[in-house]
Design a protein. Structure first.
Length: 295
């Protein structure tokens, strides 16, 4: 499976702080926002990743992440000149995806929960059509809402309904088989002039090939698209990291634990950031892994 991070848009809901930089490069406590969706793809075992952004912001992402080899990844880049909808990611990324299945994640979404890597790997192995990831919310009318049966099969999809049929919001993480490329290419722009991801999902729904994984209790899903939600996300990360001593979305640590890099390489990455507590943490993780007995 290949992965796409959609990190475009104007970030207008966060003006004026996004007038000079990409929303997805803003800090969420101790790391850039883009680290959080990147870490999800890494936890899913995805190492070939396409990052889509605007002509103005793409050079900044390149400076931050490069080609990804420092994390054992292959990161490519593509331009989205206008925010023409989430489904345009598959039109832009068609060459990159090739004949593979693909995961799409939005650049401003944060996920955290126990055993997340296993959840993602299971969703990959069970993929037949599309898999959405649902999260129970108390204000479902603000989101895309999914109704599912007891087996997780999708029964209906509604976009910001006045009277939601369920409390399961559709999060910004999607797994698709390769058919998504042709489905996205065949879409017509909606009334607001965008290629809608909901239209893609409804196509799979009509084919009875759409499932939803309920992230359930113990998971957190945060959208960092407003000033309040950005602050809440930073506070959430700070509290969890302070109480557990474990960094959320530390891409160097994930790369090490997933076997993409070795402990020596991880330690070298930490040394480059040694003046920060983040760099000290990366080095300590590398040292503990290097000292761990071989099973």
């Amino acid at each position: 499976m290949k992965g796409i991070i959609l990190a475009g848009g104007t970030g207008s809901r966060l003006h004026p702080i996004t007038q000079a930089t990409s929303k997805q490069l803003l800090p969420v406590y101790d790391k850039p926002m883009i680290y959080y969706p990147l870490s999800v793809l890494m936890l899913a075992g995805i190492t070939e990743i396409l990052l889509i952004s605007t002509p103005e912001d793409l050079p900044s992402f390149r400076r931050l992440l490069g080609a990804g080899e420092q994390f054992g990844l292959n990161i490519e880049y593509a331009l989205q000149y206008q925010p023409n909808g989430l489904a345009e990611a598959f039109v832009i990324g068609r060459r990159f995806v090739g004949d593979s299945p693909v995961a799409l994640i939005l650049g401003d979404n944060l996920f955290h929960g126990p055993g997340f890597s296993g959840v993602l790997e299971q969703a990959k192995s069970d993929l037949d059509g599309c898999v959405l990831f649902g999260y129970r919310v108390k204000d479902a009318h603000r989101y895309g809402v999914a109704e599912v049966d007891a087996a997780g099969n999708l029964l209906s999809l509604e976009e910001k309904p006045a009277r939601p049929r369920s409390d399961r919001a559709v999060t910004g993480l999607y797994f698709y088989d390769n058919d998504v490329l042709d489905i996205a290419a065949s879409l017509k722009p909606s009334a607001r002039g965008e290629l809608e991801i909901t239209d893609v999902n409804r196509r799979y729904l009509r084919q009875h090939r759409a499932r939803m994984v309920d992230l359930g209790r113990g998971f957190a899903w945060l959208d960092t698209g407003t000033h309040d939600s950005l602050l809440e996300a930073g506070q959430f990360v700070r509290v969890i990291e302070d109480r557990t001593g474990v960094r959320i979305a530390c891409v160097e640590e994930i790369a090490l634990r997933m076997g993409y890099i070795d402990a020596a390489h991880c330690h070298a990455l930490g040394e480059k950031l040694a003046k920060s507590s983040y760099g000290e943490y990366v080095m300590s993780v590398a040292e503990s892994m290097a000292a761990a007995p071989v099973a």
